[in-house]
Design a binder for this molecule. Structure first.
Ligand SMILES: [Zn+2]
Length: 253
């Protein structure tokens, strides 16, 4: 889908209603051509009573970001709840759901960048509280899951394994071991060293990815400077356009 475009102020305004709207502002009012350029509107259900009103099966708080993005190319990061990391992260997950359901890759990638900032700002165990919603939105072997395990694997060691504990693991030997029990043990150690309570109900897929990410760090000499974190050196690693072979939204701005 196209990036945010210029619009004609004389253009028709359409109204969009989503799930769980606040009673004060139930509708979004959007210039029609702007909306049509960004989303697959032909699938949308028009309200039976009003020709210019759509009713969408997506969460209101996620669509709020999409409506702003249509005009500015940005998520509404400034108005995310600063007090509650869990609420604001869930809101971004809802925004990602909107982008996915509307087939708008550029918006999805914009949301993933905002999510990256959220996840890398996370302190300690909070990721566990959004894990269920996160895994629901990002399916098996998706780039979103890769982001999650990278944030955990590359994140600062809060408790930190002691040198003695660290020596118990022969990381190089592990690279050639295909042993799911070992994977589980090591991934729990990694989670504990990163300040996450164990057990965390990760799937085996995530545990394997986590161990791979961790081994990658070990092969680089254990401490990776922040400027070399993968989401800083290569944010497109987590963008959907990469999977689809399309240009990055950033190259269009
Ligand atoms: Zn990109």
């Amino acid at each position: 889908m196209a990036p945010p475009a210029r619009f004609d102020p004389q253009d028709t305004i359409v109204s969009v209603k989503c799930h769980h709207p606040p009673t004060s502002t139930p509708y979004f009012h959007i210039h029609e051509t702007l909306l049509y350029k960004a989303a697959a509107v032909h699938n949308w259900r028009r309200s039976s009573a009003h020709e210019n009103t759509f009713e969408l099966n997506v969460p209101w708080d996620g669509f709020r970001h999409f409506a702003l993005w249509l005009y500015t190319g940005k998520c509404d990061e400034e108005n995310l709840s600063a007090d509650c990391w869990i609420d604001s992260t869930n809101e971004l997950l809802h925004a990602h759901e909107v982008g996915r359901k509307l087939g708008c890759v550029d918006f999805q990638d914009t949301v993933v960048d905002a999510l990256t900032t959220k996840l890398t700002d996370c302190k300690g165990n909070l990721i566990c509280d959004i894990l269920g919603d996160f895994l629901k939105e990002f399916p098996f072997q998706s780039i979103g899951r890769q982001l999650l395990v990278d944030v955990i694997a590359y994140g600062p060691a809060e408790n930190g394994m002691s040198n003695e504990e660290d020596k118990r693991f022969d990381y190089n030997a592990l690279k050639s071991v295909d042993d799911s029990h070992f994977t589980i043990v090591l991934s729990r150690e990694i989670l504990a060293s990163r300040g996450f309570q164990v057990p965390l109900n990760l799937t085996e897929e995530l545990m394997t990815m986590l161990v791979c990410g961790f081994l990658e760090i070990k092969s680089q000499g254990d401490s990776v400077p922040r400027r070399e974190m993968p989401w800083i050196t290569n944010p497109c690693r987590y963008h959907r356009h990469t999977e689809l072979g399309l240009p990055c939204y950033k190259s269009k701005q």
